[in-house]
Design a protein around this ligand. Structure first.
Ligand SMILES: Cc1ncc(COP(=O)(O)O)c(C=O)c1O
Length: 387
């Protein structure tokens, strides 16, 4: 049996591996606090669940149009346009089963072997995995703690070349909680236009910002024509398991994405789209309430981590991850990930799983109650004291 060379280049997300190990330990009777998976612990808002149920009852259970229900594409176009102050046509929107397929399709549609793709490091592990799968050369863009995990545009200038086909952006960012400001984005936009680079802008955390206003690279002249936006419902509306996301593509890319959709998924579940429509058009208070709760947890966990000798943590500006520097503990971050789970019953992720520049860091997802976060901090403190 011989696997394809492409499939052997696929990486994975350690979050799912650690979650599986943590569940095994729990099944064996251990108490584990889950700070590993990037999944809001809130329920999907009731009105959204009801809309999904009603859609099933009304018989919306068959195939739908490949790119999504027209009424839903229209609602998404309006929402995306308003949040970013841009004009979006419904025909640019492709509804997908989760946000992830937008990464896959964009890379498959654009990349030739030998192309270079610049992506954030540390960053969402699937970027590097898919870049390799598509046969391109991954070119990491370091996001450093010293610059609050933002972009050093001069460094970006030094790694973008005539071979750069695609730049992947993610702001607010997983795993650092870093945010790209308007000035940096403008410089990045100018660079992309100069070198004819297309952008995949992963904006899945666009509604999870604590103080800053959300800024998208698509607001700059000439960028909507060369940017694929990835966004969705998983994080904003606590809908991870519903699998509902979307891409907004330049006109020239939509047809290829539609073909990739028809060749893989045919369409996104129809009743799930009805639930998504209600999420967008219904009351937005649940989103505000979730953000308020995340802010309290953020402040709590960051303060607690900073009180542990040998650990320091910057205040994340968006998303729901604390990316703590643990290099002073004198134990490799991967070993810390394993030992915190085994010995302290705290599931978290080594920064190494997000790229070379994640080495020496641990990512804590604060999608858990204050009470559980408090218990996790106590366990980490005791574990560190015993090192
Ligand atoms: C940066 C980033 N992009 C995309 C996704 C994928 O979202 P979805 O679950 O909608 O596929 C995630 C999920 O963790 C993420 O962190």
């Amino acid at each position: 049996m011989q696997l394809s060379s492409a499939v052997q280049k696929l990486g994975t997300e350690t979050a799912f591996k650690v979650l599986a190990k943590a569940k095994e330990l729990e099944a064996a009777g251990r108490s584990i606090i889950h700070l590993e998976i990037g999944q809001p612990d809130f329920s999907t808002p009731k009105n959204v669940c009801n809309a999904g149920k009603q859609a099933i009852d009304e018989g919306h259970t068959g195939y739908g149009p490949t790119c999504g229900l027209p009424v839903f594409r229209e609602a998404i176009a309006t929402h995306v346009g308003e949040l970013r102050s841009i004009d979006v046509k419904p025909s640019q929107v492709v509804v997908t089963p989760g946000g992830k397929p937008v990464m896959f399709y964009t890379l498959l549609a654009l990349i030739e072997p030998g192309d270079e793709v610049v992506y954030p490091d540390p960053g969402f592990p699937i970027y590097g995995s898919l870049i390799r799968y598509a046969g391109a050369k991954p070119v990491p863009m370091p996001l450093l703690e010293s610059s609050d995990f933002s972009f050093d545009v001069d460094h970006l200038r030094s790694i973008v070349s005539g071979k750069t086909k695609l730049l992947i952006l993610n702001s607010p960012q997983n795993p650092t909680g870093g945010v790209l400001g308007k000035a940096a984005l403008q410089e990045v936009a100018e660079l992309c236009i100069k070198h004819d680079v297309t952008v995949l802008s992963d904006e899945i955390y666009s509604r999870l910002l604590y103080d800053d206003q959300f800024e998208s690279i698509t607001q700059f002249d000439g960028m909507i024509e060369r940017t694929a936006i990835l966004d969705g419902f998983s994080k904003t509306y606590s809908m991870t398991g519903w699998r509902l996301g979307y891409g907004v593509f330049p006109d020239w890319l939509v047809d290829s994405i539609e073909r990739l959709m028809v060749n893989s998924n045919s369409c996104t579940a129809t009743f799930v789209q009805h639930a998504g429509l209600e999420a967008l058009r219904g009351p937005q208070e649940p989103v505000d309430a979730m953000l308020k709760e995340f802010r309290e947890r953020r402040d709590f966990i960051v303060k607690g981590l900073n009180q542990i000798p040998g650990i320091s943590c910057r205040v994340p500006r968006g998303a729901f991850y604390a990316f703590a520097n643990v290099s002073e503990l004198g134990v490799e971050s991967k070993e810390l990930e394993a030992r915190l789970l085994d010995e302290a019953g705290v599931a978290c992720l080594a920064g190494d799983g997000f790229g070379e520049n994640g080495h020496g860091f641990l990512r804590f997802s604060y999608a858990n109650s204050i009470e559980n976060i408090g218990e996790a901090l106590k366990r980490i403190r005791e574990f560190v004291a015993g090192l």
